[in-house]
Design a binder for this molecule. Sequence first.
Ligand code: OOG
Ligand code: MG
Length: 265
Amino acid sequence: MSDAIVDAVATELLARETERRDGGRLTEQHAGLDLDTAYVVQRELIARKLAAGERVVGVKLGLTSRAKQQRMGIDSPLTAVITDAMAVDVGTPLETSELIHPRVEPEIVFVMGQRLAGPGVTAASAMAAVHSVHAGLEVIDSRYADFSFALPDVVADNASSARFVVSPDGFDPAGLDLALEAAVLRVDGEVVDTATGAAVQGHPAQALALAANALAERGEAIEAGMLVLTGGLTDAVFVTPGGEVSVEFTTLGSVTLPIAPEATP
Ligand code: OOG
Ligand code: MG
């Protein structure tokens, strides 16, 4: 693994994010950008965000549902890191002018009650560490043109992370059947997709276990108090300024993300 590749890829991805521009796959420019190197890039990119004042608030999984895997042409889940700068309060409009080509996807979100560290984490032991379950929407914004990437590209790009909104209403995991928890995704009031929690690795707790075990391979754990975004239940949808995206769950409630109107010159 080359430090020069890690530096070059992290620098380019952060520049694309800051300058709101996409670009080609970095695996095509750097033959050495394999999966292990990509996770080192992701860690470097987060380290630079922390140095700029951001704070880690949780982890996310990507490509945990078939809908997402098919759209992206990648059948392997991945993990990434979320920071406070990505959090949008419920009711606050999404400023698309700050982003490149945002898309929104519905997610089931865990707030951790206890530290969860692999290896050997099962869905049951993962669920036992969860404090509460919440409805969420994630805004992804790939730094690659047309969201076209190979697995190391998207891992290096922190899994297209950009923004997220989580409902403050938390539910005790013991009282829920998350595999059967249904989600209805609406854009501007029209239903565009539906799914149940089983779309995410059979059960969102399975995704949580997967994250804990994958992080352990890199010497990391999921800490108490952290958020875990378990992965888009459906394909992500593009948004239009002035519109809104919402997800309504059976028992977790609803989250609506208004999209800010285009700024008038
Ligand atoms: C990668 C991010 C995937 C999810 O929930 O599957 C992700 C992408 O689709 O650009 O956040
Ligand atoms: Mg997601």
